[in-house]
Design a binder for this molecule. Structure first.
Ligand SMILES: C[S@@+](CC[C@H](N)C(=O)[O-])C[C@H]1O[C@@H](n2cnc3c(N)ncnc32)[C@H](O)[C@@H]1O
Length: 220
């Protein structure tokens, strides 16, 4: 595990304080309300907002993050929400994280870091851990609000369709439901509102193997 990444993210989460507890992304709430609950994997779970929301909607969740500070806060929030028995908090560096388990749902929201992390490679491993018929839902920044660390620094932020290609979900075996930049209004600490674009990717793993086009018999 990278000690540098762990220390960096512990410091970020410490600065945010335990009272702050975010809301799950609106697209996630909209889509997941219609899915039958099962086993979910939540990557880069931070303060646990998504994991806790899923658990409250009868999902059994494995939530992964590198930061002990984030996981401690998340687990306190889950305790208060009465859902802690439905969530396994896993401290791991996603750079070398793998799993042998499979999941009905994989979520990853804003898996961004200024430190080295090949997010598409992480998401490709997570895609491989999605059961047939399972759902993958990722949201990333495509534009940043003015109060972000470096609002103009959008180099390296992928559009949803670039992410589809980078993860390999354009291959047969996956059906893309949505791969688009979606507008969202966000509010900063000074109550100032701004509109940002999120790269939203929602894909479903096919249940049947991809059909091959019939091969014409060769004529001798
Ligand atoms: C931008 S925050 C997003 C948090 C949360 N998903 C959300 O939407 O609020 C990125 C999260 O990824 C975690 N993270 C960053 N690098 C990581 C790594 N190498 N392995 C595991 N988690 C990591 C951070 O601790 C942080 O919680």
């Amino acid at each position: 595990m990278s000690v540098e990444a762990q220390a960096f993210w512990d410091e970020v989460h410490r600065g945010r304080g335990r009272s702050r507890h975010g809301e799950p992304h609106p697209y996630l709430r909209e889509v997941l309300g219609s899915l039958h609950p099962g086993r979910a994997l939540e990557l880069g779970c931070g303060d646990g907002a998504t994991a806790i929301w899923l658990a409250a909607h009868r999902w059994t969740v494995t939530a992964v993050d590198i930061s002990r500070v984030a996981l401690d806060a998340a687990s306190e929030h889950a305790e208060r929400a009465g859902v802690s028995s439905h969530i396994t908090w896993q401290r791991a560096d996603l750079r070398d994280w793998t799993t042998h388990e499979t999941f009905d749902l994989v979520t990853a929201l804003f898996l961004h870091t200024p430190l080295e992390l090949d997010a598409p490679a992480v998401l490709a491993r997570a895609a491989a851990a999605t059961r047939k018929g399972g759902t993958m839902l990722t949201v990333g920044h495509y534009t940043l609000p003015p109060w972000a660390w470096a609002p103009a620094d959008t180099d390296g932020l992928l559009s949803a369709s670039e992410l589809v290609a980078a993860i390999g979900l354009h291959e047969p075996g996956w059906r893309t439901i949505l791969a688009e930049e979606v507008r969202r209004t966000v509010t900063g600490c000074d109550a100032h509102a701004s509109t940002v674009l999120d790269a939203v990717l929602h894909a479903v793993r096919a249940t049947a193997p991809p059909t091959r086009s019939p091969v014409a018999p060769s004529v001798a």
